[in-house]
Ligand binder design. Structure first.
Ligand SMILES: NC(=O)C1=CN([C@@H]2O[C@H](COP(=O)(O)OP(=O)(O)OC[C@H]3O[C@@H](n4cnc5c(N)ncnc54)[C@H](O)[C@@H]3O)[C@@H](O)[C@H]2O)[C@@H](O)CC1
Ligand SMILES: Nc1ncnc2c1ncn2[C@@H]1O[C@H](COP(=O)(O)OP(=O)(O)OP(=O)(O)O)[C@@H](O)[C@H]1O
Length: 429
C-alpha cells in the first residue's frame, strides 16, 4: 500500500513537472511571437518617422536635376524624396498632387497608428465588453473547500510617520476585494496607528529596522502579491533604505510574485529603473506627476503631453514591456503592445487615497490573473493587463457609487464601503 502511494506521488510529481515544462515552453513561444510582432511594428513606426522627416523637410525637396537621367522626360514640379517608401513624390504647381499625396499618407499613417495603439475611435467602445469578461474569469469561486489564505495573501510595503492612511487604504481594499490576509510592512511609528484603524490587518513594524530586508524576506514565501509604495515616504532617513527596498523587490521577483509599484515606490523606480525593468509580473501605477518623472528619467527629455497614449507606450517599451497604468480622466493601460483605455464613468471628486484603493485591489487581481493564466484560463491577453483593467474599473465604479451618496464630501473611506457592491455589479453579474 505504501509502495503504491509512493508510486502515485512520484507520478503526480512527474505530471506536475511536465505541465510546468509545457507551460514554460508555451509562454516562451508566446514571448517570441510578441517580440517579433513588436519589432515589426517598431520598424513600421521608424519608417513613418523617416517619411514625416522627408516630407516636412524642405531640404529634401529638390528641383528636377538636368544631369540625372537626361534621356527621360521628368514631370515638372518639386520632388520630395521618401527613402522609406523608395519613391519620389512630385508636386506640380497647383499643389494638388501634394494635397492628394498627404491625404493618402495621413490615412495610411492613422490606420497604422490606430492598429499600433489600438486607439481608433471605435476601439474605445467595447473595451469593457472585451476585457471585463476576462476579469470575471479570473475571480476565484467561493467554496467551502478552501482554507484561509488560498484566495490571496497580499503584502503592502509602505507607511511612515507622515503617511499612515495610504497603506491602510491599500491593505483594507485588498481584503475587501477578496484576499484572505493582508500584511502591512511599515515603520515603527506608523505601525500602532495603522493597527488601530483596523484589527483585520497584520502589521509589521520593520521598515526602519536595520535588518528590514531579512524581516520582510521571511514573509515572502507566504505572500501571493506585493504592493510597494503607498505612504512609503521619501524622507532622507527612509531613502537610506532605498537599497534595501530594491533588494526586497529583487527577492520578490526571484519568487515570481506579482508586484504593483505605486506612489513613493515609483520614486525608487525613477532612480533605479532596472529594479523592475522587464519583469512581466510587474505593474506600475503612476499618476500624471509620477509618470512625468519616470518618463523624463528614462527618455532624458520632456514627454509629449499632447499624446499620452504614445508616451505611455514608449515608457512601457523602455521598461521592457512592463505593464503601466497612467491614471487620469481616462486610465491608459499598456504592456507595450497595445494601449487600453478604461473610461468607466467616475465622478468629479478626486479625494486623496483613491490611488491606494486602486493599488491594493490590483495586488489581489494580479495574483488571481497570474494564477488563472498558469491554469490556462486566460490565453488571449497579458494577465497583468487584465488585472490592471479590472482594478481601474473597480476604483472608478466605487468613486461613482460613493459620489452618488456623498457628493462633494466623498472620501476614500466612502469608496471602500462601495467595493462590495461595485465588485458584484462589475464582475459577478
Ligand atoms: N492618507 C494618506 O496617508 C495618503 C497618503 N498618500 C501618500 O502621499 C505620498 C505622496 O503622494 P502624492 O500623490 O501627493 O505625490 P506627488 O509628490 O507625486 O504629488 C503629486 C502632485 O501632483 C498633482 N497632480 C496629480 N495629478 C495631476 C495632473 N493630472 N496634473 C497636474 N498635477 C497633478 C497632485 O495635486 C499632487 O500635488 C505617497 O506616499 C502617497 O501614497 C496619498 O496616497 C494620499 C492619501
Ligand atoms: N479625472 C478623473 N476622472 C475619473 N476618474 C479618475 C480621474 N482621475 C483619477 N481617476 C481614478 O482614480 C484612480 C486613482 O487616480 P489618482 O490620480 O487619484 O491617483 P493618485 O494621485 O496616485 O492617488 P492617491 O491620492 O492615492 O495618491 C485612477 O485609477 C482612476 O481610476
Amino acid at each position: 500500500m505504501e509502495k503504491l502511494m509512493e508510486q502515485f506521488l512520484e507520478q503526480s510529481a512527474q505530471a506536475e513537472d511536465n505541465f510546468y515544462r509545457m507551460e514554460e515552453q508555451r509562454l516562451q513561444a508566446e514571448d517570441r511571437r510578441r517580440e517579433a510582432e513588436h519589432a515589426r511594428e517598431l520598424q513600421m513606426l521608424q519608417m513613418l518617422g523617416q517619411m514625416f522627416a522627408s516630407i516636412s523637410s524642405s531640404g529634401s525637396a529638390s528641383a528636377p536635376s538636368k544631369t540625372a537621367n537626361p534621356g527621360r522626360r521628368r514631370p515638372s514640379g518639386v520632388r520630395y524624396l521618401v527613402p522609406a517608401l523608395r519613391c519620389v513624390f512630385v508636386v506640380d504647381h497647383s499643389g494638388l498632387k501634394l494635397a492628394r499625396t498627404l491625404n493618402t499618407l495621413t490615412l495610411f499613417i492613422s490606420s497604422v497608428f490606430e492598429r499600433f495603439y489600438g486607439l481608433g475611435s471605435t476601439s474605445h467602445r467595447g473595451m469593457e465588453d472585451d476585457i471585463l469578461p476576462l476579469v470575471k474569469n479570473i475571480v476565484p469561486p467561493l467554496t467551502s473547500k478552501k482554507h484561509k489564505g488560498q484566495d490571496g495573501r497580499i503584502g503592502i510595503i509602505g507607511g511612515c510617520q507622515d503617511y499612515t492612511g495610504a497603506p491602510y487604504f491599500a491593505a483594507i481594499s485588498a481584503l475587501k476585494v477578496g484576499a484572505d490576509l493582508s500584511h502591512v510592512f511599515c515603520t515603527k511609528d506608523a505601525a500602532v496607528v495603522i493597527k488601530s484603524y483596523s484589527p483585520e490587518l497584520i502589521v509589521h513594524p520593520v521598515l526602519d529596522s536595520p535588518n528590514a530586508v531579512e524581516e520582510i524576506e521571511k514573509w515572502l514565501p507566504r505572500l501571493h502579491g506585493l504592493v510597494v509604495g503607498p505612504g512609503l515616504g521619501r524622507e532622507d532617513l527612509l531613502l537610506k533604505t532605498a537599497k534595501a527596498r530594491g533588494e526586497v523587490i529583487e527577492k520578490s521577483k526571484a519568487r515570481d510574485i506579482p508586484i504593483v509599484i505605486d506612489a513613493d515606490g515609483l520614486w525608487l523606480v525613477t532612480q533605479q529603473p532596472s529594479v523592475i525593468q522587464g519583469y512581466q509580473k510587474g505593474i506600475l501605477t503612476p499618476n500624471f506627476m509620477e509618470f512625468t518623472r519616470l518618463y523624463e528619467a528614462l527618455h532624458h527629455e520632456p514627454m509629449d503631453s499632447s499624446d499620452y497614449q504614445r508616451s505611455v507606450m514608449q515608457l512601457s517599451v523602455a521598461m521592457g514591456n512592463l505593464t503601466l497604468v497612467l491614471k487620469g480622466e481616462q486610465d491608459f493601460i499598456t504592456d507595450g503592445s497595445k494601449v487600453y483605455s478604461c473610461n468607466l464613468e467616475g465622478s468629479g471628486r478626486r479625494c486623496g487615497g483613491q490611488g491606494d484603493l486602486l493599488s491594493g485591489s490590483m495586488g489581489v487581481l494580479a495574483h488571481w490573473a497570474h494564477a488563472a493564466s498558469t491554469a490556462g484560463m486566460i490565453r488571449s491577453m497579458n494577465p497583468s493587463v487584465v488585472a490592471a483593467f479590472g482594478a481601474c474599473s473597480l476604483t472608478r465604479q466605487c468613486n461613482s457609487q460613493a459620489f452618488q451618496r456623498h457628493g462633494r464630501s466623498t472620501t476614500t473611506s466612502d469608496m471602500i464601503q462601495e467595493i462590495s457592491s461595485a465588485f458584484k455589479k462589475l464582475f459577478e453579474s
